[in-house]
Design a binder for this molecule. Structure first.
Ligand code: NDP
Ligand code: 8X3
Length: 252
């Protein structure tokens, strides 16, 4: 029987690449996201790889939508082997005294509370089987702080902390928990952060060979296919031209 992976935020970026990587390797895939038409496209793409696909259209910020979606998963999909808590975003890069509280709410509600709601709904299915693997997509931003990063950094520091706690709480159930903490990766991330401003988004990666979504998908696949007794706890992955959140070697 094919293994099952559930990926939140599979309509773009890392999530979409992770879905493709696991589908190419015979996993059945549960994909989630808010943009229905994108979910339909990804479903078609994955189905062409001859695996089964279950699209779930919900917003991770809405606790009841999350609960309803997971409760409604057909029985044959309930043995979820891997959950990737990937859905997330940065919005804005203002200093703390000028930040937009609506942007702050979006980041905390998605990156922290959304991850919690999904984990609360899915982890009991793993606990019941005494097996499973949870990946949390944190960020290098959760390991340090940069100008204007304030609430985004704090939300990813929360993911860093939650990943440690989850590993402890789920230990007796043989559930592996890995935090993936990427640095600069060229996806729709910066376009979302700069609210559709392509010029500002492009400038983030100027002179840097950034990570790709496929790079992250490959690393996750590597971790997931290690023998069961190995759990990589935490992986910080940067482009070679990035040392940490504040130091880059741009080649213009
Ligand atoms: P993208 O913007 O390309 O993709 C983000 C995905 O998250 C989309 O599929 C989006 O789907 C989904 N998403 C966002 N908000 C919600 C929500 N409320 N409910 C459900 N799904 C949601 O960005 P990335 O792929 O780069 O980002 C993925 C994760 O990686 C995020 O957690 C991000 O913080 C993290 N990260 C990114 C880095 C980078 O440089 N790119 C570096 C480090 C970490 P939809 O809009 O359809 O709902
Ligand atoms: C995204 C990485 O450094 O742009 O999580 O905040 S960074």
């Amino acid at each position: 029987m094919n293994k099952i992976i559930m990926i939140t935020g599979a309509t773009a970026g890392f999530g979409r690449a992770i879905a493709a990587k696991f589908a190419m390797n015979g996993y059945n895939i549960i994909i989630t996201g808010r943009r229905k038409e994108r979910l339909d496209d990804v479903e078609k793409e994955l189905t062409a790889l001859k695996v089964k696909v279950l699209p779930l259209n919900f917003d991770v910020r809405k606790r009841y939508e999350v609960e309803e979606a997971v409760t409604g998963i057909p029985d044959e999909w309930k043995n979820i082997d891997i959950l990737v808590n990937n859905a997330g975003l940065a919005v804005g890069i203002d200093h703390i005294d000028r930040g937009n509280p609506d942007d702050w709410d979006r980041m905390v509600d998605t990156n922290v509370k959304g991850l919690l709601y999904v984990t609360r709904a899915v982890s009991p299915l793993m606990v019941a089987r005494d097996k499973g693997y949870i990946f949390n997509i944190g960020s290098i931003a959760g390991k340090g702080a940069y100008e204007g990063g304030n609430v985004y950094c704090a939300s990813k520091a929360a993911v860093d902390s939650l990943s440690k706690s989850m590993r402890i709480d789920l230990l007796k159930h043989n559930i592996r928990v890995t935090q993936i903490a990427p640095g600069m990766a060229e996806t729709e991330f910066s376009l979302v952060r700069f609210k559709g401003d392509k010029e500002k988004a492009g400038a983030v990666y100027k002179g840097i060979k950034a990570l790709s979504a496929d790079d992250i998908a490959n690393v996750i696949y590597y971790c997931a296919t290690l023998p069961d007794h190995i759990c990589i706890n935490d992986l910080v992955i940067t482009p070679t031209q990035q040392a940490d959140v504040n130091f880059n070697n741009r080649k213009m």
